[in-house]
Design a protein around this ligand. Structure first.
Ligand code: XMP
Length: 310
C-alpha cells in the first residue's frame, strides 16, 4: 500500500467534508488517535480543535505527557477534566458490556457533545480502525468507538457527524502511516491501549481506589517490559480476594494478572515466554502495591481469550 497517497487522499477527504467549518477530535496518546490528530491537523490547521479527555481511567502522568508531546509538534491540545462524570457513570456497574456502554455514552452524549457545541463544530474525527469494527460487528465485544456500524446515527443521537479516516487500516497499517507522517517513535511504536482505558482491565466495579491499584501495576509492567518489543503488555485487577500473609498476619488482598503478548494486528495473539527472573521481579514489585498480595502470569493465547479482560 502507498501510505503517502493514503494520507493525501484522507486529508483531501477531510477538507472536503469539513469545508470552512470546524472539526473536533480527541487524542488519547495512543497511536490511532495520534495519527488522526496529525492527519487532521495537516488537513484543517486551525479549523481543528483537539482535546484530551481526562476520564480518570488513563495511565499515570498521561494527560500532561500527551499535551507536551503534541505541543512539540505545534498542535495545541486542551485537557477536559471529565473524571467525575466517568466515575459517576461507572458507579455500581460490574457487567463488562454495561461498563463499556456507560463509557461510550459518557464520551459521546456528554463530553463530546458539549465540546462540539462549545467549539461550534459539526464533525468529530475518530481513530476507529478496521479491527474495532470487525470485532464489534461480529458481536465479540463492543469497542467504545463504534457507532454507525451498529446502527447508531451519531448526527441524530448526538448532533454531530463522525469522520473515520483510518477505518480501512489495521494496527500495522496505522503504524506505517504514523511513520510517514513523522510522528515521534515513542508514539508510532507505542503499544496499543484500549479506548475504555484502565476500565478494560478492572474486572468488577471501577472505583477510584481500584483504578489507583491497576494504574500502579500498569506502571510496573510497562516499565519492566518496555524492552521486550512485545505487541502489548498489561496488568489486570481481578474481582476476587485471596488469602495471604503480611507482617505475620493473615490478610485478604487483591490479585493482579500480568499479560504479555505477541501479535501482528490483535486479531490473534500468542503469549510471550518471559524469563523467570523478569516474572519474579514483576511479582515482587506488584505485591508491594498496597492491597495486592498475588500476581499471576496469564498463559492464554487469543483465541480463546481476548487481550483485555472486560
Ligand atoms: P481484545 O481485548 O478485543 O483487544 O482482544 C484487541 C485489541 O484492541 C484493544 N482494545 C480496544 N481498543 N477500543 C479500542 O480502541 C476498545 O474498546 C478496545 N478494547 C480492546 C486491545 O487493547 C487490543 O490491543
Amino acid at each position: 500500500m502507498d501510505y503517502g497517497r493514503f494520507i493525501e487522499e484522507q486529508a483531501a477527504n477531510i477538507r472536503r467534508e469539513v469545508g470552512s467549518g470546524t472539526a473536533i477530535n480527541a487524542v488519547s496518546g495512543g497511536v490511532d488517535s495520534s495519527v488522526v490528530t496529525v492527519l487532521a491537523h495537516r488537513a484543517l490547521g486551525k479549523q481543528l480543535k483537539t482535546i484530551f479527555v481526562d476520564n480518570a481511567l488513563m495511565r499515570e502522568g498521561e494527560p500532561r505527557r500527551v499535551v507536551k508531546t503534541f505541543a512539540g509538534m505545534g498542535i495545541p491540545v486542551e485537557i477536559i477534566d471529565a473524571r467525575r462524570q466517568f466515575l459517576k457513570a461507572l458507579k455500581g456497574l460490574t457487567d463488562p458490556e454495561e461498563k463499556r456502554r456507560a463509557i461510550t455514552n459518557t464520551f459521546y452524549k456528554d463530553v463530546f457533545a458539549k465540546a462540539v457545541r462549545k467549539a461550534r463544530a459539526k464533525f468529530l474525527l475518530h481513530g476507529t480502525i478496521l479491527t474495532d469494527i470487525e470485532e464489534t460487528v461480529a458481536g465479540i465485544k463492543r469497542q467504545h468507538n463504534i457507532l454507525s456500524q451498529i446502527g447508531i446515527d451519531p448526527e441524530e443521537a448526538y448532533g454531530y457527524k463522525v469522520l473515520e479516516p483510518l477505518q480501512t487500516l489495521r494496527k500495522d497499517g496505522v503504524r506505517e502511516v504514523a511513520g510517514v507522517l513523522g510522528l515521534p517513535e515513542g508514539i508510532a511504536r507505542r503499544i496499543p491501549f484500549p479506548g475504555p482505558a484502565l476500565a478494560a482491565r478492572i474486572v468488577g466495579e471501577v472505583t477510584g481506589k481500584r483504578l489507583a491499584t491497576v494504574r500502579a501495576a500498569t506502571a510496573v509492567v510497562e516499565e519492566e517490559l518496555a524492552d521486550t518489543g512485545a505487541f502489548q503488555y498489561l496488568a489486570v485487577l481481578l474481582n476476587d480476594l485471596a488469602t495471604g500473609i503480611r507482617g505475620g498476619k493473615r490478610e485478604f488482598a487483591q490479585i493482579i494478572v500480568v499479560r504479555c503478548i505477541d501479535s501482528i494486528d490483535a486479531r490473534e495473539a500468542t503469549v510471550r515466554e518471559l524469563p523467570w527472573e523478569t516474572l519474579h521481579r514483576i511479582t515482587r514489585r506488584i505485591t508491594a502495591i498496597p492491597g495486592v498480595n498475588r500476581c499471576l502470569y496469564d498463559l492464554t493465547p487469543k483465541p480463546p481469550a481476548t487481550v483485555e479482560y472486560v
